[in-house]
Design a protein around this ligand. Sequence first.
Ligand code: RBF
Length: 166
Amino acid sequence: MSSADKNLSVFMTENLPDISENRFALVVAEWNNEVTEKLFQGAYDTLIRYGAIPDNILRGNVPGSFELTLGAQWFALREDVDAVIALGVVIQGETKHNDYINHAVAQGITNVSLKTSKPVIFGVLTPNNMEQAVDRAGGVHGNKGDEAAMTAIKMLGLKDKISIGK
Ligand code: RBF
């Protein structure tokens, strides 16, 4: 399936772990905030729908997507945080700057995840224009925030299954 056809809010939900005792941190970029707020809402609602407790969902804002990495690391280093979800929107085509931001954030988030052995999820939209962003933030293609939250849940399930890092 091409990514244009994928609905980001439709996923397999068999055998999900009990997440009622897990703590999640959502790091949200303020750049393009009209869209990142929708990503946040999607991620938050999905965590709640699948069993997270509101008090166990933390939020931190960063100015732009470039800062998501450090924000994610600060949360991931907290012992009581089990998974981090980084949410941002970098519109391609407007400036070459997006290449630098996207690569830096993708690499940075991977590094934080490996360094802390915790799921640190890349919930960053990299569309060509604002319309494509809106379509993936609660629009016709679903919500990247939903997908990012579900990815965090599934990775915690896998971690649990492998019994690593306990
Ligand atoms: N941050 C985003 O989250 N999305 C963007 O599309 C975005 N575009 C940017 C374009 C330019 C030309 C610049 C200078 C910054 C942009 N940023 C964007 C902000 C970036 O992630 C970071 O916050 C700033 O570069 C820090 O000064």
